[in-house]
Design a binder for this molecule. Structure first.
Ligand code: DP6
Length: 324
């Protein structure tokens, strides 16, 4: 205690998506999901418990935070305090190397880094499974960011059985994600609210649960076979199924905007030209293009040709949690 601990967690992008909870309080999902952790986007979080403090103090990218993000952080730290048997408040400094809330899953790296730093700062020594369970309580997708490479979050039934585990931490496949940022604004509908609305009102929700189990088995097989094409086809199909739930919710909503559809069209055009490129989208308008290294130049050129203002980041498989 009283020693600052810094942890780094990388974000992850789901290839088989998580979109709905069967237990909202414990964050137990309706389906298992599978992701790739990325090297380019990460969060560094330092936590120190300090007897002098009268409340938790959070700074995000060097700005003091007092809104709802602080409330969520305090609720999360209450879990850590309960586990460690302490009641001391903490000072948290978090630097996000992820465009916050633009659909690039900053909550995944954020809560994974917070779980690792705060538990250690509180004197706990959690293994990675316990860290994954703890990170899950902050944000479901954070459970997967404890691990590098391909990780699966097994839905489970309760707090003890719902955690992520590595499928392949040192990725052997040539795979990368090109993040195309055309809209850096904050998402209008948070993923928590969006998935809850889809589960409650989309008539296709049960079909999604069944189909995503089938996709997951095929995805694990594609990874084991080093089969990039099957992986890409499955990921794009699964993402579009997830977004279809939002289109079929009542009232309908979508994270897509015009750019999203334009990039989806461009990816299809590239495939018609024989270039292996596949798209995946999360709770925001920006598209991630799943591709291989020899296609980087041609894909970037095609994007720049059509969207000179597009920001493009090329991310490769990244590592799991680490302490700095
Ligand atoms: C579309 O993990 O942000 O990125 O558990 O409510 O915090 P909460 O949701 P969150 O949802 C991520 C949804 C997704 C798909 C995915 O990452 O699997």
């Amino acid at each position: 205690m009283n020693t600052p601990i810094t942890a780094r967690a990388h974000t992850n992008i789901a290839l088989i998506k998580y979109w709905g909870k069967k237990n909202a309080e414990l964050i137990i999902p309706t389906t298992s999901s599978l992701s790739l952790t990325l090297d380019q986007f990460y969060t560094d979080t330092t936590v120190v418990f300090d007897e002098q403090l009268t409340h938790d103090e959070l700074s995000l990218n060097d700005t003091l935070i007092t809104d709802n993000t602080l409330t969520k952080t305090t609720a999360f730290l209450d879990l850590v305090r309960q586990m460690a048997g302490i009641d001391t408040f903490a000072r948290i400094n978090s630097i996000n190397h992820v465009p916050t809330a633009a659909g690039l899953a900053s909550s995944a790296s954020g809560f994974a880094a917070l779980a690792a730093a705060s538990s250690k700062a509180a004197g706990l020594d959690l293994d990675r499974q316990a860290l994954s369970r703890l990170a899950r309580r902050g944000s479901g997708s954070a459970s997967r960011s404890i691990f590098g490479g391909f990780a699966e979050w097994v839905a489970g039934e309760d707090d003890f059985t719902s955690y992520a585990h590595p499928i392949q931490e040192n990725v052997t496949m040539d795979i990368q994600m090109l993040t195309v940022v055309l809209d850096g604004s904050q998402k209008k509908i948070g993923s928590r609210q969006g998935m809850q609305h889809a589960i409650a009102t989309s008539p296709f929700y049960n079909t999604w649960v069944a189909e995503s189990a089938v996709d997951l088995v095929a995805m694990k097989q594609a990874i084991a076979n080093n089969d990039f094409q099957t992986l890409g086809e499955l990921a794009e199909h699964n993402a579009l199924q997830m977004h279809s739930l939002n289109f079929t919710a009542k009232p309908a909503f979508t994270y897509f905007n015009g750019y999203t559809l334009s990039i989806l069209n461009l990816v299809q055009d590239l495939r018609r030209q024989g270039i292996q490129a596949y798209a995946t989208m999360d709770a925001g308008p920006n598209v991630k293009i799943i591709s291989q290294s020899d296609a980087t130049q041609v894909i970037c050129a095609a994007i720049k040709n059509n969207f000179p203002n597009a920001g493009i980041e090329v991310a490769k498989p990244g590592p799991g949690i680490s302490y700095l």
